[in-house]
Each structure stands twice: as C-alpha cells, then as structure tokens.
Design a protein around this ligand. Structure first.
Ligand SMILES: Cc1cc2nc3c(=O)[nH]c(=O)nc-3n(C[C@H](O)[C@H](O)[C@H](O)COP(=O)(O)OP(=O)(O)OC[C@H]3O[C@@H](n4cnc5c(N)ncnc54)[C@H](O)[C@@H]3O)c2cc1C
Length: 401
C-alpha cells in the first residue's frame, strides 16, 4: 500500500497551513487559548472563527461547492481536519450542524431545504442542535415518546429532550418525534427540523462534571413545525437518522492529532516531574505511543474505504470504541504522572498544568457515553461485524452524539 501523498494533497496541506498561519490568533498555536468569561463568549468567538474559515471554504470540505463547500473527498477532509487540530485551532462551534444535521440534509433533504439551511451551517450564521435523546430513550433511541401530532400545515410537538448539546445557542434542531403512535417501535418516527426560537421551546442548561453547562434539557410544548421542515418521508425518520449517523463514524482525524499532542504533553510533564524514572510509568507511556499508532492505522484504513466510495460500515464502531477507551487510559496515565498533584483543581498552588489535566480527565469520562455508549458499540461489533447470534430483540442502534 502506497501511503505517499499525491501532489494535490501536498498543496492542499500547504495551503491550509499558510491560511492558519495568517488567520489563527497566535495564542492558539502556542497551546494558550484565551480563557473566555463564559460559554456564551466562547460561542460568539467560535462563530466569528468558523465564518472566517467558511469564507475560504475550509468548512464542509466534502460538501458540494453550490452550498459553500469545497467539493473534495475524504482524504482532503482528513488533511484539513488534521491541520486544524495540529495548529490547535478551536473546535468548530457549529459542529453539530456540520457533522450531523448537514450530512442528513445533503442525503435526504429536498433542494429547497438544502439551499435554505446548508450555507448557514457552514458559516455559523445558524447553529444547530440534535434533539434525539429523551429521559427514557438514549441507547434505545427508537423508544422516543415526543409526539408529533399532524395538524393543518404541519405538526405540533409535545415532549422532552435531554443532553442536548449547545441547545441554548442553537437556532435550529433536528428532532426525532413519534408521528404514528400505533406503528411498531422503529416505524412511526418522523425526522423534523425545529426552530429553536419558536413559541413553546424551553431550554434549561444542565451542569456537567467539569462545572460547565454545554448540554441542556429541552421542553417542547405545543411547538408548531411547518410541513416543509420534514426531512425524508413522514414516519420514516428512523432510517433517515441512522443512514447518516453510521457514515459519520468513519474517521476521526481531530481525535488522532489531539492524542498525539496529549502524548507529547504527558511526556513533557513526565520529564519535568521526574516520573520518567519510574519504570512502570515508562511502560504506560510506551503503551500510549503504541495505541496512538494503532489509532492512526485504523484511520488510514477507514480513509482508504471511504476513498473507494465504500461505507465505513459497522467497523466505524471499532474506531469510536477504540479512541474513547484510549483517551481515558491517556488521562489516567497523565494523572499517574501528576502523582500527588492529581487531586488539585484549577488555581491550586503547585499544580503543573494549572488544572487543565484535571478538567480534561473529567471531560473525557463522557467519551464512552456520547456518540452511542461503548456497550452499544460492542453490541454492534459483536452482531454486525463478528456475526455473533442476536437475542430476540431489535438491535440498539444509537450512534449519534
Ligand atoms: C457529552 C454528551 C453530549 C451529548 N449530546 C447529545 C446531544 O446533543 N443530543 C442528543 O440527542 N443526545 C446527546 N447525548 C446523549 C447520548 O447520546 C446518550 O447519553 C447516550 O446515547 C446514552 O443514553 P442514556 O444517557 O439515556 O443512557 P442509557 O441508554 O440509559 O444507558 C445507561 C447504561 O446502560 C447501558 N445500556 C443501555 N442499553 C444497553 C444494552 N442494550 N446493552 C448493554 N448495555 C446497555 C449503557 O451502555 C449505559 O452504560 C450526549 C451525551 C453526552 C455524554
């Protein structure tokens, strides 16, 4: 297998590097991102940053040019994401629109829906959230009970969603709701776009382990959704949701680069604290190096499949399972390197890293839950890759955020 890049790929990498050199505030490149007053401030900055990237078509690299994308393939997407992460650029504030809502619209939206929403997703003029999980429907997502009652000109939504990331900033939400309560569980669900500023939408932030409040409860009380905001056929939203989400797990260049950087930082920390003298810690660091290499190879295999127009398929679950467990082990190793300083929080004296490692450790605990829990990924792998016998029930298919 020839892994050397084609000339066009070398040029693309050079282009995005020089663009970032000119546009990225230098603090980011130094690994010293600004501390924002609050999440709202960070989101405001994130919108400006994403808009500047979109203006030069660095967002939606694989999207058609007609909607503001670059019309590239999976390798181009991978290169741009790798370079953004390598430069330590802020994560895209509109990522739910870019990674979830947008691809769904591209695959299942009408021409009017694409023209209406896709350009704003790329420029962050509109932010999106994903209204899927409910208090009684997470892994078992087909159990959603939010009702979509057909009325003149559309539907009326009533129900509750939960864990909705960035709902407090979102302009639109993609929502799974039960439109035919008589149909069997996986049928009778419709995929609707909800105006988050419509009457009847109430968003209540939830505080996470880190003390931040990125996700929310969302209450929908008599929210009207016009008929032209249905994606795909009525009652067939389950297929719409799953077709796109399975495609989204193909590669993860951002997590790849982040873990290379984390490893470098752990090594620096270990050298500074004298932890490298401990043979057991040296073994853990060597294992972390091997793991990140394996992750890199997984990613290359996925790009190769995607470049041949093959769906990443259920093997995408292996990638998610692998990196989320690797990230937890990395953070445990960082805590072992910190030793006595590991219980210290931000602002505490004598805390190497100023508490960032502790925050990051807390944050990554959720990585085995978001995008479908690791137990569910194992079930998918067991049943759909290894062909193990299935119990008499519908397989859980939760794969989104
Ligand atoms: C940081 C973060 C952001 C999120 N953002 C969003 C968002 O924007 N929009 C959204 O809709 N959702 C979001 N989620 C929700 C996420 O998708 C769900 O938390 C996840 O699907 C699990 O659902 P649950 O929390 O209801 O847990 P449950 O499904 O109740 O699971 C509880 C436990 O039981 C296990 N379990 C459940 N069923 C099975 C089974 N069949 N076999 C084996 N084990 C099982 C699970 O693995 C888990 O350990 C987010 C979650 C996190 C952590």
């Amino acid at each position: 297998m020839d892994l050397s890049p084609a000339p066009a790929e070398v040029h693309l990498r050079a282009d995005i590097r020089s663009w970032l050199y000119e546009h990225l505030p230098w603090e980011y490149g130094q690994g010293l991102p600004p501390r924002f007053d609050d999440l709202a401030d960070e989101v405001t900055f994130g919108r400006r940053w994403q808009a500047s990237l979109a203006a030069d078509r660095w967002v939606g690299v694989t999207w058609p040019e007609a909607y503001g994308g670059r019309g590239g393939g999976p390798t181009e997407h991978f290169i741009v994401q790798e370079e953004l992460a390598r430069a330590r650029a802020p994560e895209m504030v509109g990522r739910i629109g870019i990674n979830l809502a947008g691809p769904t619209l591209l695959a299942h939206g009408t021409e009017e829906q694409k023209a209406r929403w896709l350009p704003g997703i790329l420029t962050a003029d509109s932010l999106w959230c994903q209204l899927f999980s409910e208090p009684g429907a997470g892994s078992d997502l087909a159990g959603v009970t939010t009702r979509a009652t057909a009325v003149e000109g559309g539907w009326v939504l009533d129900g509750q969603k939960v864990w909705t990331s960035y709902a407090q900033f979102a302009d639109w939400g993609v929502c799974l709701a039960r439109s035919d309560p008589e149909a069997e569980k996986h049928r009778g669900i419709s995929y609707l776009v909800v105006d988050m500023h419509a009457p009847g939408v109430e968003v209540r932030p939830l505080v996470q382990l880190t003390g931040e409040a990125e996700f929310n409860e969302v209450f929908l009380s008599g929210v009207f959704v016009p008929a032209d905001q249905l994606i795909g056929p009525e009652h067939e939203g389950w297929g719409v949701a799953n077709a796109t989400l399975s495609h989204e797990r193909g590669t993860n260049p951002r997590q790849l680069v982040i873990h290379v950087q984390l490893l470098e930082e752990i090594l620096r920390l270990a050298a500074a604290t004298g932890a490298l003298d401990d043979v057991r810690l040296r073994q853990r660091l060597a294992q972390a190096y091997v793991e990140v290499k394996i992750f890199q190879l997984h990613n290359l295999r996925s790009i190769s499949r995607l470049s041949k127009d093959q769906d990443p398929g259920p093997e995408g679950s292996a990638l998610k399972l692998y990196w989320s467990e690797m990230s937890k082990r990395f953070h445990d190793t960082a805590m072992a390197v910190l030793g006595d300083a590991s219980p210290l929080g931000r602002g505490a004296d004598g805390n190497p890293g100023g508490g960032e490692w502790q925050r990051s450790w807390l944050y990554y605990q959720a990585s085995s839950v978001w995008a479908g829990t690791n137990e569910i990924q194992r079930t998918i792998l067991g049943e759909r890759v290894l062909g193990l016998p299935r119990p008499e029930r519908a397989a859980p298919a939760r794969t989104g955020v």
